[in-house]
Ligand binder design. Structure first.
Ligand code: PHE
Length: 355
């Protein structure tokens, strides 16, 4: 191709581009978009520097050799200036966003309201925890139950007063009831397994009771059942004594009083010396000086027979602990209704129970 451009013309264009570059303000560009505009103006497809470099080919060969390096040097220094400016602007943008989003780590945090376990929950956990350490495992059973598991299998005869609607909540139109004790879990657990067995079963129970300071229509029990070879009343006393000492301290006065339950023989009820009076008589202990916290006894052979376990080969004991009664004693609560009133002033007293 014939040269169409003279050296002088190219040099003068080159000088123009050079001074335009000097005035383009690469070093002072305020932001990245502005810098990009400058780059496109010179190095875009139709940019001034691009055009200048393209027009090298229109020079005579000799001149091309001299002007080529000059043009490339111009582009090199422009690109270097662009890169430096870009780095400067990016650093500045980073610094600005760090400043904008800065978090004051010294600012005291807002305290979220702290939840806490209900005193009945901590009491229940404490009771179950002691028995776990004695090797008992955990079992649960239904709150809605049938007469067989709540009564018949436990040797409670059809005409027993506990079955009366005055004591038991029956579900309408169904042969179902709300369990009156956790002893139903004894039956359900034995039905599901083979001897030996050693379980605790915590749960909610329901009775058609007149509500007062020591009675509620809904309350909690922890049932225990141990069946093995040659287990008897001495084992029952040993386990319950260990439990009471661990829960209430070894100096606490307790008494085992003879009692009657259809599902145990012999049977006993365990009282703890009233913590409130103490012992002289007050409303919390119904003026007896003692508070009953559990019923227990040696499992009646009729109960083992009801689940098909051989009473000649196996024997054991069972107990049912009243969780509310224990919580009243260990927390110094005189009226059981306080546990259900959901009054935060009452509940906040037990913050320190949280572990
Ligand atoms: N179920 C009895 C009650 O609710 C307590 C109990 C359980 C007694 C196990 C003896 C054995 O009063």
């Amino acid at each position: 191709m014939e040269p169409t451009k003279t050296l002088a013309a190219w040099q003068s264009e080159c000088a123009k581009v050079q001074s335009a570059l000097a005035e383009a303000g690469v070093e002072t560009a305020a932001d990245l978009p502005t810098l990009e505009e400058v780059r496109v103006r010179f190095l875009g497809r139709k940019g001034a520097l691009t055009e200048l470099l393209k027009s090298l080919k229109d020079l005579p060969l000799e001149d091309r050799k001299a002007c080529g390096p000059q043009g490339n040097a111009l582009r090199g220094s422009f690109e270097a200036a662009l890169a430096a400016a870009r780095a400067r602007l990016e650093d500045a943008a980073d610094a600005a966003s760090l400043k904008k989003d800065a978090v004051d780590l010294t600012l005291p945090a807002l305290r979220p309201p702290r939840g806490r376990l209900h005193p009945l929950t901590t009491t229940l956990d404490a009771i179950a925890g002691i028995f776990r350490r004695l090797g008992y495992s955990w079992a649960e059973g239904p709150q809605i139950e049938d007469e067989f598991h709540n009564f018949s299998a436990l040797n409670i005869p059809d005409d027993h007063p506990a079955r009366d609607t005055q004591d038991t909540f029956y579900l309408q139109d169904l042969p179902r009831l709300l369990r009156t004790h956790t002893s139903n879990v004894q039956i359900r657990a034995m039905e599901k397994s083979k001897p030996p067995i050693r379980i605790v079963c915590p749960g909610r129970v329901f009775r058609h009771e007149q509500i007062d300071a020591t009675h509620s229509a809904v309350f909690h029990q922890v049932e225990g059942l141990v069946i093995d070879e040659g287990v008897g009343f001495a084992d029952l006393k040993g386990h319950l004594q260990a439990f009471l000492e661990s829960l209430l301290g070894s100096s606490t006065k307790t008494r085992f009083r003879p009692s009657y339950f259809p599902f145990t023989e012999p049977s006993t009820e365990v009282d703890v010396k009233c913590f409130f009076c103490p012992g002289s008589g007050c409303p919390a202990c119904k003026h007896t000086g003692w508070i009953e916290i559990l019923g227990a006894g040696v499992v009646n052979p009729a109960v083992l027979r009801a689940v098909g376990w051989d009473p000649e080969a196996w024997s054991g004991f069972a107990f049912g602990i009243g969780v509310e009664r224990v919580a009243m004693l260990t927390h110094g609560v005189r009226d059981l209704r306080d546990f259900y009133a959901n009054d935060l002033r009452f509940l906040r007293q037990f913050d320190e129970d949280l572990v």
